[in-house]
Ligand binder design. Structure first.
Ligand SMILES: C[S@@+](CC[C@H](N)C(=O)[O-])C[C@H]1O[C@@H](n2cnc3c(N)ncnc32)[C@H](O)[C@@H]1O
Length: 257
């Protein structure tokens, strides 16, 4: 049976910084979360991209396809909801429930072996996923095959204010090895720029990103939401101890030349 959250939790899911996301059912957001609030990440990215209704968009590493639903509904886009761990049949059910069967298309995809025609997409976005597969030097060139010239690429990933050579002392009690896959906006700018195949327009830390991340983790702990409550519980003291000194979200937007 579907859990029903208390009103004060629902109120905390709706935040002023993300007015579009605030329109979505708080219970739906909590039920489908796989990490930091994906709708907030999508909203913070979507304002930096140019959208036209009907554009073909790849949502790579879409998880439970909340962001695919968001992009299709908010901007009238056609979105390919591509993910490795979440079966497309499960996402199809969510998409149909959202009434978007004509504009969101779930597919099972391994990011290094994609079934799409070259030059197919007008835009590729990836929220809280790209660090799983996109840090290797060759990956961007592979991904760009699927984007048309002039097409837009935008990601938001957990990131660092600056590159770490060692673990800061205040993070030591909380540090997880996967944090080594987090990078600074400048690292991402360089990583994407050096082949000369894209123009990077934005590489920054999401404003107040760590505060939003902490707020969401606190809400999830209170609501006992998410696939790994133990992970979310560890995030709260981590983000409080760091207080934005190191961790947050890196946001990168580029256009294919
Ligand atoms: C932390 S979840 C985020 C999901 C979703 N974007 C969200 O924010 O709710 C990371 C996602 O990356 C996807 N992923 C990881 N490695 C992948 C790969 N090699 N190819 C495609 N997707 C991948 C996983 O399937 C998972 O759903």
């Amino acid at each position: 049976m579907r859990a029903v959250i208390e009103q004060h939790i629902a109120d905390r899911v709706r935040v002023d910084a993300f007015p579009r996301s605030a329109k979505y059912d708080p219970q739906w957001q909590l039920d489908n979360m796989m990490g930091p609030n994906a709708l907030w990440l999508a909203e913070s990215l979507s304002g930096l991209l140019r959208w036209e209704p009907g554009m073909r968009v790849l949502d790579l590493g879409c998880g439970r396809a909340m962001t695919s639903v968001f992009l299709a509904r908010e901007f009238g886009l056609r979105v390919w909801a591509a993910d490795l761990w979440v079966p497309p049949t499960e996402n199809w059910e969510r998409v149909r429930e959202a009434g978007l069967a004509d504009s969101v298309y779930p597919v099972h995809v391994e990011a290094h072996d994609m079934p799409f025609p070259h030059g197919f997409f007008d835009a590729i976005v990836s929220l809280d996923s790209y660090h799983y597969f996109g840090t290797d030097d060759l990956y961007l060139e592979y991904l760009l095959r699927f984007l048309r010239p002039g097409g837009q690429l935008g990601i938001v990933v957990p990131g660092l204010t600056e590159e770490l050579s060692e673990v800061p002392e205040w993070l030591e009690p909380h540090f997880e090895p996967e944090f080594w896959s987090f990078h600074s906006p400048e690292w991402w700018r360089r990583h994407w720029s050096r082949w000369g195949t894209v123009d990077v327009h934005v590489a920054d830390m999401l404003p107040d990103g760590w505060r939003h991340w902490l707020h969401w983790a606190e809400v999830c702990v209170e609501a006992q939401a998410g696939p790994r409550p133990d992970l979310t519980e560890r995030e709260v003291p981590l983000l409080r101890a760091d207080a934005g000194r190191t961790l947050g979200f890196a946001r990168v937007v580029a256009t294919k030349r």
